[in-house]
Design a protein around this ligand. Structure first.
Ligand code: NDP
Length: 327
């Protein structure tokens, strides 16, 4: 443990669109934000190839390039952007304690959590290869579906997300093949019925992925197997979508913050970024299992910085602050 404890007015955890937007707003409000980037600087967008739906980029921009620009914008206003992983927190007192890499201790007046969520993947070597190459593997139909217009794609999953994404893809693509590993959907009846009744969606039950096929650069198909008969066959496809759930990166906060059953942080006051702990705010996908877009993450990053600023102003003015006293 370090013997020098750093004091920080506004600590931002996470470096996706939510974290950097919070930093831009907090820095411009003289809150001297310190931002820890976490294990994947730039967040989920760094695994995305082209971003075409973030307003302000008429020609589109790659995910990694966009994150570099957001970082530069945050640093332009003197955000202190650092490498580091938050390994422990203690939100039990008035001052919020945070440990970086199990060593450095920081005492914070406010904390903005922007740790995001991670899409789950199957873990197949071929899937990871084409994911890294940006060659046709995606965990976000809304982000990437457009690139597969009039093409044939495969999607894995049987929950509400998979149904929503398959339906979204069916409006763009010539054909969508959906791989369901059991003989039934997990999704709600209404969502399952929607895909079952869509003409260009073919559902293969009891079917799992054996390998994502490709030419070394891009996906060309998927080899699947029936887990009842072990029969294999190949499906031609240029896109392979994985929709088997997300895991919010919130484990480190679980002893202090209210989380839902999946681990998403619950907003103490709906429509704000406030958590159940005074002075601790959340933005981005760590609290959002519904929209999960870069632009919504950025929007809630802005909200978190404004909420943090108002919280500090109320505290400095000598008010007793509770989640409802500063708005
Ligand atoms: P879920 O956990 O609900 O579903 C995950 C799906 O992926 C399951 O069908 C599961 O199969 C399948 N799966 C998991 N691992 C594998 C694997 N290795 N191979 C093949 N299939 C696999 O996640 P969702 O993201 O769909 O939903 C998360 C939450 O968000 C849910 O509560 C959902 O209701 C909610 N949601 C609501 C929406 C809405 O109301 N509009 C939209 C999207 C999400 P199996 O069933 O066999 O376990």
């Amino acid at each position: 443990m370090s013997d020098t404890i750093e004091k920080v007015k506004c600590l931002i955890i996470g470096s996706g669109p939510a974290g950097y937007t919070a930093a831009i707003y907090a820095a411009r409000a003289n809150m001297n934000p310190v931002l820890y980037q976490g294990s994947q600087p730039g967040g989920q967008l760094t695994t995305t190839n082209e971003v075409e739906n973030f307003p302000g980029y008429p020609e589109g921009i790659t995910g990694p390039e966009m994150m570099i620009q957001l970082q530069k914008q945050a640093e332009r206003f003197n955000t202190d952007v650092r490498d580091g992983w938050i390994t422990k927190v203690d939100f039990s007192g008035d001052v919020h304690k945070v440990w970086v890499n199990d060593t450095k201790e920081i005492h914070c007046d406010t904390v903005i959590i922007s740790t995001g969520a991670s899409a789950k993947y199957l873990g197949l070597e071929s899937e990871q290869k084409y994911l890294k190459l940006g060659g046709g593997v995606s965990a976000c139909a809304v982000c990437d579906g457009f690139f597969y217009r009039n093409q044939e794609v495969v999607i894995v999953g049987a929950g509400d997300s998979a149904c929503e994404e398959a339906h979204y893809l069916s409006k763009l693509c010539k054909k969508v093949t959906m791989l369901v590993r059991r003989d039934e959907f997990r999704a709600s009846k209404i969502m399952a019925a929607r895909v079952q009744n869509t003409e260009n969606i073919e559902i293969l039950y009891n079917t799992e992925t054996d390998e994502v096929l490709g030419d070394g650069q891009v996906v060309t198909g998927v080899r699947v197997f029936n887990n009842q008969t072990n029969e294999k066959h190949e499906i031609p496809a240029t896109g392979f979508f994985v929709a088997i759930g997300h895991k919010p990166n919130t484990d480190v906060f679980k002893d202090y913050l209210d989380l839902d059953a999946t681990g998403y942080i619950i907003n103490a006051v709906p429509g704000t970024s406030k958590t159940n702990v005074e002075g601790v705010f959340v933005s981005g996908d760590a609290a959002d299992h519904v929209y999960r877009q870069a632009i919504t993450a950025a929007g809630t990053g802005c909200m978190a910085a404004l909420d943090a600023e108002r919280y500090l102003a109320a505290k400095d003015a000598g008010f007793e602050v509770s989640t409802s006293t500063y708005n």
